[in-house]
Design a binder for this molecule. Structure first.
Ligand SMILES: [Zn+2]
Length: 427
């Protein structure tokens, strides 16, 4: 009798623990009262001091939204209300003053969810001025390639760590791979939602306007386009279902989940500007190409490397158009040509809405970062015109950019792409 009572109690206890665990697992990570602070280093000494602070604030559970290794370029730090005063004290001790960029991250996440839900699907195929889930993006890939089956096809890079399909669209108006290739990727970092949205918009424009707009026709006709809207599919899905602020892949190599897929490429892998700490947001992974997604895209580009002439990896935020190198502040032999392409791109971009982008080499424009995509495509695959682009904005909303900025971002970036593609073609 006694034994039976005990086991019932045990069953009840276990059931309630499981229930609680289930609720916790199902819930999204919340950021109530979390703020984003901005600090700008004014001297080389301050850059150094600030980076030392950032390396040692793990215990404050701070999350870096924007990192800087350059004088005058801001660092944006997300911090919980519990640790806010502690962080400010730490900063003040080294003479830094912080500016409050975003007072309540959760409030902004909620606002964005509402805005996005309120946008009705009106377009015949797809509503481009809205953020879309991975399933919706994949449906769009299916639909638009069926609609334009004469010039498009779907390519699958590989399956992700969690088994999702990583899919892109090839646009080609010639038989076979006879034209120079141009590879565009979005969403390598999960939380940078404007990146897939901008890539999707540009692709839609290239197809919808192909037969009616001569400039678009020339753009499309000049290359075989390989467009991958969502690179980091597992991470992207995770930002929709669990944690809006997720950046890395979702693989498990150690005590923490995920690798920074833009520190995992096998060129100058895991040198300066990457972390060996599995819990860091810049974790380079246990080895180069440890991430199936990165290895998959690299293999795909390498298989087409002979004809590949252009590569752009879209990120957000900061409004920067950057070329190699990331791993060193030294400039590569092709820098002048590469940066000329950037200059033409940002000039064309600015003409649309006045949005200002800066350009230069990655290491000299934001920070030294090794094992990044553009370094590999240039250094290993020899794609001369390789770029890393940070899209809108400069920090007012950061990753939580309102959906009404998707189409403007798409329009101006498409102008940049046209200018750059023309330049690449003629060089
Ligand atoms: Zn990024």
């Amino acid at each position: 009798m006694e034994e039976k009572n005990w086991s019932w109690e045990m069953i009840l206890k276990i059931t309630s623990i499981l229930l609680l665990l289930g609720i916790c697992l199902a819930q999204k990570t919340r950021y109530d009262g979390f703020s984003v602070l901005r600090v700008v280093p004014r001297t080389a000494k301050e850059v150094h001091a600030l980076n030392r602070i950032l390396e040692n604030i793990n215990h404050l559970q701070a999350n870096i939204w924007r990192f800087s290794g350059v004088i005058g370029k801001p660092v944006d730090i997300q911090i919980s209300p519990k640790h806010l005063s502690n962080l400010n004290e730490t900063l003040l001790r080294d003479g830094f003053r912080s500016e409050l960029l975003i007072p309540d991250v959760q409030k902004l996440i909620y606002e964005r969810e509402q805005q996005n839900q309120d946008i009705k699907e009106t377009a015949a195929l797809f509503e481009y001025g809205k953020y879309h889930t991975l399933d919706e993006v994949n449906n769009w890939i299916d639909n638009i390639t069926k609609f334009y089956s004469n010039i498009t096809s779907v390519f699958e890079i590989t399956k992700s760590y969690e088994g999702r399909s990583i899919r892109g669209i090839k646009i080609s108006t010639a038989e076979g791979n006879t034209k120079p290739g141009f590879f565009i990727e979005g969403g390598i970092h999960a939380r940078e939602w404007i990146s897939p949205a901008t890539v999707i918009y540009m692709t839609g424009q290239m197809l919808d306007r192909y037969s009616a707009d001569l400039r678009i026709k020339q753009l499309v006709d000049s290359f075989d386009w390989f467009i991958l809207p969502v690179f980091n599919v597992d991470g992207y899905e995770y930002t929709w279902t669990k944690n809006r602020n997720w950046r890395k892949t979702r693989s498990k190599h150690g005590p923490c989940v995920g690798v920074d897929p833009n520190r995992n490429w096998d060129y100058q892998w895991c040198k300066e500007g990457a972390s060996k700490d599995p819990c860091s947001d810049q974790y380079c992974g246990p080895k180069a190409f440890s991430e199936v997604e990165v290895k998959g895209v690299a293999d795909f580009i390498m298989a087409n490397a002979k004809t590949m002439k252009g590569f752009i990896d879209f990120h957000s935020y900061s409004q920067l158009w950057m070329s190699p190198w990331g791993y060193t502040k030294e400039l590569p032999p092709d820098f002048q040509d590469q940066d000329k392409g950037s200059e033409l791109a940002v000039d064309a971009l600015e003409k649309v809405y006045g949005t200002k982008y800066q350009h230069g080499s990655i290491a000299n424009t934001i920070y030294v970062a090794s094992g990044s995509s553009a370094d590999w495509t240039y250094g290993a695959a020899k794609v001369k015109y390789s770029y890393g682009v940070e899209l809108r904005d400069t920090g007012k909303y950061g990753f939580l950019l309102p959906p009404d900025q998707i189409i403007p971002s798409g329009k101006e970036t498409l102008e940049a792409l046209i200018a750059l593609a023309n330049f690449v073609l003629n060089n």
